[in-house]
Design a protein around this ligand. Sequence first.
Ligand SMILES: N[C@@H](CCC(=O)N[C@@H](CS)C(=O)NCC(=O)O)C(=O)O
Length: 199
Amino acid sequence: MELFYTPTSPYSRKIQILADHLGLNDRIKMTFLHPLFDKTGQLAAANPLEKVPTLVLDNGDCIFDSPVIADALYHFSEAPALPFEERLKQQQLQALGDGIMDAAVLSQMEKMREDAEQSEYWQDRWQKAIIRSIDEFENNMIQQAEEWHIGSMSMACALDYLDLRHPHLHWTTHNKKTYEWYQLAVERDTMITTDPRQA
Ligand SMILES: N[C@@H](CCC(=O)N[C@@H](CS)C(=O)NCC(=O)O)C(=O)O
């Protein structure tokens, strides 16, 4: 299998961490492709959305987006199937983490535009979505992140992306339990080896 990834992409990072967690590293060739600057055409050929991460299977099939890739990796690892309720909780947490990434990545892209082209309305809307989602994690979902699974990986990658790209949000002072959880999460080996600041 071949994974097209970008080190600064929190979705890619989540998949790299999951692959390691499931013991699949030896079966995956990692290929760095930047979605905005890929001159090889490989990414667009594999994924019409031209986004990372994209996984190319040994039979040539191409898989996206990251929750689908995560599902495929759990399947390939032959990890025992989870009871429905447990799987739902993990998936729900993944959706929350991925949703924070969506808002944070869009906000970052917007910041890269000319000042006159930027929308205060959208920046405000994305910022509010991020703040509400972290509050939701803090108040109602943090117990679901005690174990290291796709949901907690997504949340850890989302929070670390905020730290990297949106440090002005100051969620760490408002969400103390979440900050404690995050500090432990970023000490994990694969959070360190995939830290985009080292890339
Ligand atoms: N929902 C997708 C989101 C992936 C995504 O947006 N990746 C960004 C990089 S962080 C990308 O490739 N952006 C290129 C673009 O939007 O054209 C997933 O979970 O894989």
